[in-house]
Write a protein that binds this ligand. Structure first.
Ligand code: DGL
Length: 269
């Protein structure tokens, strides 16, 4: 595999740009190819089989682009399709997802703690976070809660208003999360309301953001496998979406934190 090959990143839509941006910050010389499946979002309410079918098609596209690594930036797709994609892609590229790095981080850094996880229905119902964390570290207590209204709320730009605060308060006040010491943001969108979540807990709960943890994990992987792009030039990035509207273009800047040019790519007829 060539060091200069691009890194593929995919998500159900534009939320995964939070992960892409963290990767760009950690690895500025890498070339990124992002694919947001805006034609099919949200993945969070879809069945495992449906998400798997989308993921395979997107992986084919990223393999055609010659990607050395494919990052599943979406928590719901990581929960539903990681194992299948690893088998499907095999030695053609390495699959990295957003759940494994967080699981490893929590198991190592939150020894003996009570940890909460919030995410979509797909992610939470898969049970992947509690099962994976406790299998690595049996001293952990992990409680997961589906918080499905947060994605549409954030996409509407409701981040700091009263409705947003009411929804955040309602979810975080759920008895499932009583007594947690750390909280995993198990969804691409949640870094945008990290401050509000932290404020809810009066900064008394550690908030764990999978975008930065995944970017560091990816960097370690590239270094350890001698796959780091050693070009001294700034990477060249492209951002494809399966459907393009003004609203996606507008949200892209919100999630990436800087202007992004989205290109429509017709992956489905
Ligand atoms: N990207 C999804 C995730 O991280 C959230 C949006 C969706 O449901 O498609 O789970």
């Amino acid at each position: 595999m060539q060091k200069s090959a691009p890194i593929g990143i995919f998500d159900s839509g534009i939320g995964g740009l939070t992960v892409a941006h963290a990767i760009k910050n950690a690895l500025p010389n890498e070339n990124l190819i992002y694919f947001g499946d805006t034609a099919h979002l949200p993945y969070g309410d879809k069945s495992t089989a449906t998400i798997q079918a989308y993921a395979v098609k997107i992986a084919d596209f990223l393999l055609q682009q010659g990607c050395k690594v494919i990052v599943i930036a979406c928590n719901s797709a990581s929960a539903a399709a990681n194992e299948l994609l690893k088998e499907y892609v095999a030695s053609r590229a390495t699959i990295i997802n957003v759940i494994e790095p967080m699981v490893k981080h929590v198991a190592e850094k939150c020894e003996g703690q009570s940890v909460g996880v919030i995410g979509t229905k797909q992610t939470v119902n898969s049970g992947i976070y509690p099962a994976s964390i406790t299998s690595l570290n049996a001293s952990m207590h992990v409680k997961a809660l589906a918080t499905p209204l947060l994605v549409p709320m954030i996409e509407e730009g409701f981040l700091h208003n009263r409705i947003a605060h009411d929804i955040i308060d309602k979810y975080l006040g759920d008895a499932t999360l009583d007594g947690i010491e750390s909280l995993v943001l198990g969804c691409t969108h949640y870094p945008l309301i990290k401050k509000e979540i932290s404020a809810y807990y009066k900064d008394g709960v550690k908030i764990l953001d999978s975008s930065t943890i995944t970017a560091e994990f990816l960097k370690d992987f590239l270094v350890n496998n001698e796959l780091l792009n050693d070009s001294e030039e700034q990477g060249h990035d492209r951002f494809f979406v399966s459907d393009l509207t003004d609203s996606f273009a507008h949200s892209a800047k919100l999630f990436f934190g800087e202007p992004v040019v989205l290109e429509k790519y017709q992956l489905w007829e």
